[in-house]
Design a binder for this molecule. Sequence first.
Ligand code: CA
Length: 227
Amino acid sequence: MRILVIEDEPKVGRAVREGLQAEGYEVELTATGEDGFFRASSQPFDLIVLDVMLPGRDGIEVLAALRKGGLRIPVLLLTAKDAIEDRVSGLDSGADDYLVKPFAFAELSARIRALLRRGKAEPVVSLQVDTLEMDVVTHTVTRAGQRIELTAREYELLEFLARNKDRVVSREMLAREVWRESARATPLDNVIDVHIARLRRKVDDPFDRKLLHTVRGVGFTLREASS
Ligand code: CA
């Protein structure tokens, strides 16, 4: 289980990190909302502990932006004593729970366990085709456990193919759904073919089993390798 702790007070941050690590969690600690937002958007975590009072972008803003971006993992807010408006706006912005500072570590730990148990009922947010796995929240792509780095467009293209796995998608569908161009716009066939070729190099070439197939005259399909 990976937990991201966003807390600018070094003593509190370190104490939380050490306590959680002692309980077997993998912990990343960061002191700013900007960096916290970046990490939460780009890496997979199971839970976030988020201080409200942060320099620059505060915890409520970070939380609202993460939820807007589709992040669904539990978020536990750390709020200042008596700052009731923080708790209200925090819960409005999508926090799952909050803890008032100063708090006992045992209390934090109990709340985290409860949130992680609850989190197991969350809807599936990953797509799988054969050994290819895509996390649609963090946009992390792996094949057979190996990380695959994709550009934003390549990711979108692969996600569209994965959502339509075993179906043939035409270049027109890709132009409309991935490039968001109407059929009347300049033909994108060439651009699409270049992106498909790049995807194939990254997703299929290093592996024996091929998933991405060209259906001549029609389009493309992503499907489990037949054995
Ligand atoms: Ca603070």
